[in-house]
Design a protein around this ligand. Sequence first.
Ligand code: GRF
Length: 196
Amino acid sequence: MLASGGGSNLAALLAAHDDAAYGARVVGVVSDKPGAGVLELARRAGVPSVVVAPGDFADRAAWNRGLGEAVAVFQPDHVVLAGFMRILAPTFLEQFPGRVVNTHPALLPAFPGAHGVRDALAYGVRVTGCTVHVVDDGVDTGPIIAQTAVPVLDGDDEETLHERIKVAERSLLVETVGRIAREGLRVEGRQAVVGP
Ligand code: GRF
């Protein structure tokens, strides 16, 4: 799992993976941020983690190569991004074709990018939500796997709305990652299909 934030999505996956029937296991955590909350979560769960910080590399291309090497060490079946706020280069995605999945706190294709919650609130939508999708070369543009709608309530600010979205997002991510681990993931054009 690639993550850089507080790690509520990682925490939900770590809780789920303790159940042998779940089917998925978090085999490693990679963050671009030294000291990110996700690293402490991984340590407490006994999951190996590594920091691959852009500042440690000559340029973005070298960082992407370093990231790919660090992730490959864990030999993951799938790579899950949650709050990993960096754009992955095609060279990284080519190492794990059709196997990189991201969660985004909006109903894509609406409100892609780093401020999906803020943008939805500013637009005045009455319903937003979260999306689990396959990562492609664009920003939040890959084939959609699953979505959950979340209401915007009067008086919401970015924080209250994002927290409400995160409750749905954690459930959707745990459910979707478990299905992918048990059944597999296939990408056919714009369609991402969970299943053999
Ligand atoms: C999630 O809402 C994710 O969709 C967004 O950043 C947030 C990360 O939250 N990209 P956490 O670090 O998993 O709590």
